[in-house]
Design a protein around this ligand. Structure first.
Ligand SMILES: Cc1cc2nc3c(=O)[nH]c(=O)nc-3n(C[C@H](O)[C@H](O)[C@H](O)COP(=O)(O)OP(=O)(O)OC[C@H]3O[C@@H](n4cnc5c(N)ncnc54)[C@H](O)[C@@H]3O)c2cc1C
Length: 272
């Protein structure tokens, strides 16, 4: 959230704290802790934390996001979210007109190069371990003035706490101000195994997600998901909107259950 929110003067942690304060203001409880496991128990769930504490719930809304798996290149991880970037919509404006590198890591890398080309006339595409652009893509790169550098990238060069270049296996250093990398996006969902839920390969090839219907309902009854855990491309706005949609769907489900139980109780009382 470095781009939009930071420019408006709000740090991501402050946004989180404001949201939590709002939840508490409506009588909700926020528990700090890492969930280790979730299990079905009776007509609800027990969520167990790493510290051994547990929480009961009638329904679950899972919003644990994803992990960005970066290529193992020395120096890369330390620059992540600073001058090693992935999303032009998040921080593209901050690197406009700079010398930008795009490290080929997956199916979206060519698109990523064309995206960053909108922001700078100086874009270099590093093929790294990929086969490189195909004939059509190479023509597109030539037409857009995107330079292609073949060979494995072995390090990210940093000076005065700034990325200054990309080192290749043959020792060449290509000067760059920023490097765009598409990480593999993997939903944080390991703790859902006890409910029969797991992340699966996303059809786009960019990572793993927990599938759900448009309201966030998963194939495990009573369990909903929202945000990056299910929608790998969601930014803050879409993740929050997903939570609101799922919350209304959960409430609808609870209303139905409460009503079923009330009708059953009424019938039972009438039959006495
Ligand atoms: C470098 C970078 C820059 C970005 N910049 C922007 C931007 O400028 N604008 C924008 O809109 N988006 C931006 N994004 C995307 C944005 O961060 C995501 O869209 C958003 O955070 C998704 O929200 P989420 O709630 O789904 O997941 P997250 O924000 O990842 O929240 C998941 C939460 O679940 C917690 N969690 C995970 N596992 C467990 C567990 N087992 N138990 C308990 N808690 C757990 C995590 O600690 C985390 O707090 C950026 C992303 C990156 C990586």
């Amino acid at each position: 959230m470095h781009g939009l929110l930071a420019r408006e003067g709000m740090a991501p942690t402050e946004l989180l704290e404001r949201g939590r304060a709002e939840v508490r203001g409506y009588g909700g409880h926020v528990v700090n802790g890492e969930v280790a496991d979730a299990a079905r128990e009776g007509d609800g769930f027990t969520v167990t934390l790493v510290d051994g504490k547990s929480v009961r719930a009638r329904r679950l809304l899972v919003t644990t996001g994803l992990v960005d798996l970066l290529p193992e290149i020395p120096g890369l991880r330390e620059r992540w979210g600073r001058d090693v970037l992935h999303c032009p919509y998040c921080h593209g404006w901050e690197v406009r007109d700079q010398a930008i590198g795009v490290l080929a890591t997956g199916p979206m890398s060519v698109h990523q190069a064309l995206l960053f080309r909108q922001l700078s006339g100086d874009v270099t595409y590093f093929t790294h371990h990929s086969a490189g652009p195909d004939t059509e893509q190479a023509e597109q790169f030539a037409a857009r003035g995107i330079r292609v550098v073949t060979g494995a990238v072995t390090a990210v060069e940093v000076a005065d706490d700034r990325l200054v270049g990309v080192r290749l296996a043959d020792g060449t250093v290509v000067r760059r101000d920023a490097l765009s990398v598409a990480p593999r996006l993997v939903a944080r969902a390991g703790f859902l195994a006890g409910l029969g839920l797991r992340s699966v390969d996303h059809p786009s090839g960019v990572g793993e997600y927990v599938p759900a219907d448009p309201f966030g309902r998963t194939e495990a009854a009573g369990v909903w998901v929202a945000g990056n855990v299910s929608d790998l491309a969601a930014q803050v706005g879409a993740a929050a909107a997903g939570g609101a949609v799922a919350a209304a769907a959960i409430n609808t489900d609870l209303i139905a259950e409460d009503t079923r139980q009330a009708v059953a109780a009424l019938r039972s009382a009438e039959s006495r």
